[in-house]
Design a protein around this ligand. Structure first.
Ligand code: MN
Length: 301
């Protein structure tokens, strides 16, 4: 075997795609946000564990024959958020992430808990006039904001900020995991709601296509929040809010690929991964492959 043969017979991981400079089409930012959690945890550890998991995910997709090595992403590091609240972390996250969304075709925000979604959406459009939000989440995240910001109220906070409810679609809302007033708010605000039952009966891809049709008709840029607690708890134990009866990981991956492929999607986040709750790295590996699926979708644009 020649050295040239050996060079070609190597395992290439997704971690190797993150070394590109700031001109790459894709960018990644860690937002290790633990403050404001309804259930205190260690979501601040997620960006580090996520990057480590990428070393275990190949760049080759045997299902489609896609090789992702031609893609490159710029890793902008982590925002310093230690001891910050959702309120005090808004400016640092929005400042760092908007620098990416202004420049890159697809910007990826790795939380942190779900409180990072509010500054994430503002980064795409500070006036909140032209941006749409699609969430994959077991929860409405419409808890009351009068006592402050939490990981349980970023969608309510965005409504408070002026994001029209008609610009929001929520996929995977779980039974017995939300209060009636939240559902009433969603309906009153004109949010498109797709329950977990609808995801199971119609298929996540069909539901997501519906959501895209609605939101893309109203908005030029779309932000997608992947709250990993939308996945069945037994399949993603590293998510404090996950419940039995949730989405399969396979459906979650299909959704990530469709999101990556959509030309109006300019930013996404991955939230609520708490490595302290994970078992056998299951959720870390879900997060790693989620990144691969996003990129595989992006490659088809
Ligand atoms: Mn959430």
């Amino acid at each position: 075997m020649t050295s040239g043969d050996r060079a070609e017979k190597q395992w290439h991981s997704l971690a190797g795609l993150l070394s590109a400079g700031p001109d790459a089409p894709i960018a990644l930012l860690g937002a290790p946000m633990a403050g404001g959690a309804v259930t205190p945890g260690e979501c601040d550890r997620a960006p580090t564990v996520f990057r480590s998991a990428l070393k275990r995910i190949s760049t080759y997709d045997v299902e489609t024959g896609q090789e992702l090595q031609g893609l490159s992403a710029h890793d902008a590091g982590d925002v310093a958020l230690k001891d910050l609240s959702p309120e005090t972390s808004f400016a640092p996250i929005a400042g760092a992430f908007s620098a990416l969304t202004d420049r890159h075709e697809l910007s990826i925000l790795i939380g942190g808990n779900n409180a990072v979604t509010r500054p994430g959406v503002h980064s795409v459009d500070p006036r909140l006039k032209n941006v749409g939000l699609i969430t994959l989440d077991a929860h409405f995240d419409l808890r009351d904001t009068s006592a402050g910001l939490l990981n349980g109220n970023p969608v309510q906070a965005l409504l408070d900020d002026g994001l029209p409810g008609a610009h929001i679609a929520q996929i995977g809302i779980a039974p017995f995991a939300n209060a009636a007033y939240m559902h009433e708010t969603a309906k009153a605000e004109g949010i498109s709601v797709y329950t977990m039952g609808e995801c199971h009966s119609r298929g996540v891809e069909a539901v997501l296509a519906d959501a895209f049709e609605t939101i893309a008709a109203r908005c030029d840029r779309i932000y997608v929040d992947f709250d990993i607690d939308v996945i069945e708890r037994g399949l993603a134990p590293g998510a404090p809010g996950a419940r039995p009866g949730g989405m399969t990981t396979t459906d979650f991956f299909h959704a990530a690929r469709a999101v990556g492929a959509h030309s109006k999607v300019c930013a996404v986040d991955l939230t609520e991964f708490d490595p302290a709750c994970d078992v056998s790295d299951i959720t870390a590996l879900v997060a790693g492959r989620w990144f691969g699926e996003l990129l595989a979708g992006f490659q088809t644009r």
